[in-house]
Design a protein around this ligand. Structure first.
Ligand code: ADP
Length: 270
């Protein structure tokens, strides 16, 4: 669906943010990008959503080169307070990007209501963003993205500024919406537990200039559950593997199911 090939980005200041990054996001898949702070994750998302010029390499959506923000992609950024229009109601904020894609006003209204309902904001359509808590404002930003029905949903640290409980709720919201709609999701986070919990695959980036250190297939059962999934021995193995790489202590390794089962059995027998 989304292909990133040998992507490079050097800012005009001479800062080399991304070096030779390649990965893809398949249909109906959640890919999480993790890496240290300042690695170049936001730069990478901006380059692949057509918001920032690349210095080299290729980004393609369904085989078509991305040169400007593609209509089939929606983005949710960390800073919801800047992404919502404070002078528009919640409903109007969610409806904003829909006008060209869905010409019928009645259809748009239904989509806005369905998206607000999916994020647990029934009854808040006529409120203004500033009347809502931070977590609720972020839900509005997510509702806006899902109402649009993108083929690819790109999220940059979408839960970084909310409290832990809201964060867990929003993670589960993304999982349930993705399971319902089949949208491909690319999500940047520096939270390794979050990446392993959400992802089908985790792309691990090095410190700047960002390079791909490893791509880990996360073979944990779905639907996932905050308590059950995170208590699985395999969850802990994925987590330590990703953490070691992010901290620059480990090497890419075979994370196939067979190896994991073997390791689990070893742990049990000890
Ligand atoms: P991350 O999202 O992983 O924290 P960023 O993509 O924000 O990293 O930044 C990567 C590097 O690029 C940092 O060193 C940052 O200072 C630099 N950078 C980001 N934006 C710009 C810019 N507009 N001009 C010059 N350098 C930038």
């Amino acid at each position: 669906m989304l292909t990133v090939k040998n992507l490079n980005k050097v800012y005009s200041t001479g800062v080399e943010a991304i070096r030779d990054v390649s990965f893809d996001v398949r249909e109906n898949e959640i890919v999480c990008l993790v890496g240290p702070s300042g690695a170049g994750k936001t730069t990478l998302l901006r380059c692949l959503s057509g918001l920032l010029d690349r210095s080299g390499g290729l980004v393609a959506l369904d085989g078509q080169a991305v040169t400007e923000p593609p209509l089939r992609m929606a983005a949710v950024f960390q800073d919801y307070s800047r992404s919502l229009m404070p002078w528009y109601t919640v409903e109007r904020n969610v409806a904003l990007p829909l006008k060209n894609k869905f010409p019928s006003p009645a259809d748009r209204r239904d989509r806005v209501n369905a998206a607000l309902s999916a994020v647990g904001l029934d009854g808040f359509g006529s409120s203004y963003p500033w009347q809502l808590s931070g977590g609720m404002q972020q839900r509005v930003a997510i509702a806006r993205a899902i109402a649009y029905e993108p083929e690819v949903l790109v999220m940059d640290e979408p839960f970084a500024s909310v409290d832990a409980q809201t964060r867990a709720d929003l993670e589960d919201l993304v999982l349930s919406v993705q399971a319902k709609t089949g949208t491909s999701v690319l999500l940047v986070t520096h939270d390794i537990d979050e990446a392993v919990y959400l992802a089908d695959r985790v792309v691990i980036l090095s410190s700047r200039p960002s390079r791909v250190l490893d791509i880990v297939d996360v073979d944990l059962p779905r639907p996932r559950d905050q308590i059950e999934t995170k208590s699985l021995p395999r969850f802990a193995e994925y987590r330590s593997h990703v953490l070691r790489l992010v901290r620059g202590l480990g090497e890419a390794q075979d994370f196939s199911a067979a190896t994991l089962i073997h390791n689990e059995e070893k742990t049990r027998s000890v």
